[in-house]
Design a protein around this ligand. Structure first.
Ligand code: E4P
Length: 216
């Protein structure tokens, strides 16, 4: 499973990439706005830091606007994947952009029917939002499992990108479901590495080593 960072913060991206386990990045208008930097230099820097795909989202709501913006975003760097929302116009834009060789991540997916249509339209990635479903007392992971099953049944090549991940259990369950990618905040990536028994074990090893060294 690929790991993407769900952030537009270049310090977090540099740190994640330096660890060597970050394959890509997803952004959205909220994450970009949080950085309080001009859009173009920010996303150019992100694309230069991240080794793999970087999702940049359109803000237009209509088909023509999404296609125009998508083409402009795709020119920024070869690793840009255009993000379009899962609306009727968004599906049309996915069909048009993917037909022209531009890769699209279809975002704000909340149902298996939306995901089926997105795959048929030619999306490179589908982004089911787990956390936001959990927030309204729906089991977000059920959606990931359903999409993986439907895509497997028909051999769709659209990759399932588990999004709106809030905790390590989301990552484990997405991996068990067979999601191709999990995108997560930097804090969740840090949680994935940690275990108290690792810290306790390490302390004991070093204490024992220091005691023994002192005897010689
Ligand atoms: C990623 O592509 C999404 O924009 C992101 O995961 C949304 O996460 P949130 O629900 O925590 O805002």
């Amino acid at each position: 499973m690929k790991i993407f960072l769900d952030t537009a913060n270049v310090a977090e991206l540099r740190e994640g990439v330096a660890i060597g386990v970050v394959d890509g990045c997803t952004t959205n208008p909220s994450l970009i706005a949080k950085e309080k930097r001009p859009f173009r230099p920010l996303v150019e820097e992100i694309c230069s830091i991240v080794p793999g795909d970087v999702s940049l989202e359109v803000v237009a709501l209509d088909f023509e606007g999404m296609v125009k913006e998508g083409k402009e975003l795709a020119q920024i760097a070869p690793n840009v994947v255009v993000k379009c929302p899962l609306t009727k116009d968004g599906l049309k834009a996915v069909r048009r952009l993917s037909g022209e060789g531009i890769r699209v991540n279809q975002t704000l997916c909340f149902s298996p029917t939306q995901a089926l249509l997105s795959a048929k339209a030619g999306a490179t990635y589908i982004s089911p939002f787990l956390g936001r479903l959990d927030d309204i007392a729906h089991v977000g992971m059920d959606l990931v499992r359903d999409i993986c099953e439907i895509y497997r049944n028909y051999g769709f090549t659209t990759q399932v990108l588990a999004a709106s991940i809030r905790n390590p259990l989301h990552v484990v369950d997405a991996a068990k479901a067979g999601a191709h990618v999990a995108t997560m905040p930097f804090g969740v990536l840090e949680q994935l590495m940690k275990h108290p028994l690792t810290d306790i074990g390490l302390k004991k090893f070093l204490d024992d080593w220091n005691k023994a060294s002192a005897k010689h």
